[in-house]
Write a protein that binds this ligand. Structure first.
Ligand code: NCD
Ligand code: ZN
Length: 426
């Protein structure tokens, strides 16, 4: 099967360029670039006025399977990814059982191969059961196909355990993804600690809960030489700490989510549990610092932290609701509306943070659009706008704080390995 994408504008992070070209896809690979390409027996895709990108990669998603299939499965989560323009995602190990051994990694890879719409790259746990005590079988996880290690959802409180984990990860050349949260400082908090937590009478999570652990992990990365990736950066202080670490030459990278560069803690007014997320929505100063961090390169990656929850789990009092936002189906629209159309990022910079940069951190051969590369492509319509309607999500998680928002920039086609896995139907 050959696909010929005609008339589109290609954004190429490897060539650092944007140019008009047709793209021919054959045998699951990118075969030819060129203008006015013709090919018999190829399926023609009209991309006039559209942007053709390397398939987007989400470095931080929760697929919930095995164990929490009422909230998401590998099938529904990858369907949501395809609809959101993602061709690959890395999934976090906080499943049940936790992905702390090779058989869970193999299970995920098999499920993804059988019923998955996009490429799935599992992340293995750092510690057994993500309990933060003994290290998981890290080498075995790598052998089984894990691309990184994380205890995401939980922070490893014991610095000695994190230190050993980083030493070990460095030895086997794997990145460690840190969920930075001092749980003594965040204890029982439901939202950011500040004016609105006082107003709403909810226990707060101070910015320091994140920053204390960002500081610790940067120090440990410096000591061990570990490739440290900081997940879901949410505060101004964290952005500054990461900026300084990079200036010192440490191998530290970071990600930000669409909700953290868009929403403030003011959204919690009204107690909508879809605004409850960890780390919490912060202040306007924090949102602006995250935006500045994205702009100046301190923050390398935009990741969704897709955290779907079955509706009944969120239909409880704010204090008792689980943390998490369903993010795969709104990410592109938020990036385009909030960052590209506002001039904070160029289209090329935005695409780098969703393709080449996450691929480099995970060490996967994705995220570029060169001749011979896997034909994973995303086509987006930057001129189209659409209202966020959670009832139309294909994810099982409809927990979004963006319901009703008009977003510009719509993924209209997603191609994985030369096959169309999603096409926009209006
Ligand atoms: C995540 C989840 O639900 O698994 N929740 C969240 O609010 N981000 C865990 C996490 O990423 O910390
Ligand atoms: Zn986390």
């Amino acid at each position: 099967m050959k696909l010929l994408i005609k008339g589109g504008t290609l954004i190429s992070p490897d060539q650092k360029e944007i140019f008009s070209t047709d793209v021919l896809i054959a045998d699951g690979k990118v075969a030819v670039f060129g203008n006015n390409l013709e090919m018999d027996r190829a399926f023609i895709i009209d991309a006039g006025g559209k942007l053709v990108l390397p398939g987007l990669i989400d470095l931080h998603a929760h697929l919930r399977e095995p164990g929490f299939e009422d909230s998401e499965t590998i099938a529904t989560g990858t369907m949501a990814a395809a609809k959101g323009g993602f061709t690959s995602l890395a999934c976090m190990p906080n499943t049940n059982p936790v992905a702390d051994n090779s058989s869970v990694i193999s299970f995920i890879l098999n499920k993804a191969r059988q019923g998955g719409k996009v490429n799935v790259f599992p992340i293995g746990a750092i510690t057994a059961g993500s309990r933060g005590e003994e290290l998981a079988e890290m080498a075995g996880l790598k052998e089984a196909g894990a691309v990184a290690f994380s205890d995401d959802g939980r922070c490893i409180s014991n610095a000695a355990v994190m230190y050993r984990a980083m030493q070990y990860a460095t030895m086997i050349n794997m990145p460690v993804i840190a969920h930075c949260e001092d749980t003594r400082l965040s204890a029982q908090g439901a939202m950011h600690e500040g004016y609105y937590s006082t107003l709403l009478g909810l226990k707060g999570i101070p910015a320091a809960a994140e920053e204390v652990m960002v500081t610790r992990d940067i120090i440990l990365a410096g000591e061990t030489g570990c490739r440290l990736h900081i997940a879901h950066v949410s505060t101004e202080g964290s952005v500054q700490l990461i900026r300084q670490a990079k200036a010192r030459g440490l191998r530290v990278t970071a990600e930000a989510t669409p909700h953290h560069f868009t929403l403030t803690d003011r959204e919690v007014t009204g107690y909508n549990t879809s605004t409850k997320v960890n780390p919490p929505l912060r202040t306007l100063e924090d949102v602006n610092a995250v935006r500045q961090g994205l702009r100046d390169g301190t923050i390398d990656v935009i990741a969704t932290d897709h955290a779907p929850h079955a509706q009944e789990k969120k239909e409880v009092e704010y204090e008792n609701a689980p943390f998490g936002i369903s993010g795969l189906e709104t990410a592109v629209g938020l990036v385009w509306t909030e960052l590209v159309n506002t001039g904070i990022l160029s289209p090329l910079e935005a695409v780098e943070k969703m393709t080449a940069n996450p691929a480099r951190i995970l060490g996967i051969s994705k995220g570029i659009l060169a001749k011979g590369a896997d034909a994973d492509l995303t086509i987006i319509d930057p001129a189209r706008t659409e209202k966020v309607d959670p009832a139309r999500f294909v994810s099982k998680g409809r927990n979004t704080p963006f319901a009703g928002r008009m977003l510009a920039g719509v993924p209209v086609m997603t191609i994985v390995g030369g096959k169309i896995v999603f096409e926009y139907a209006g």
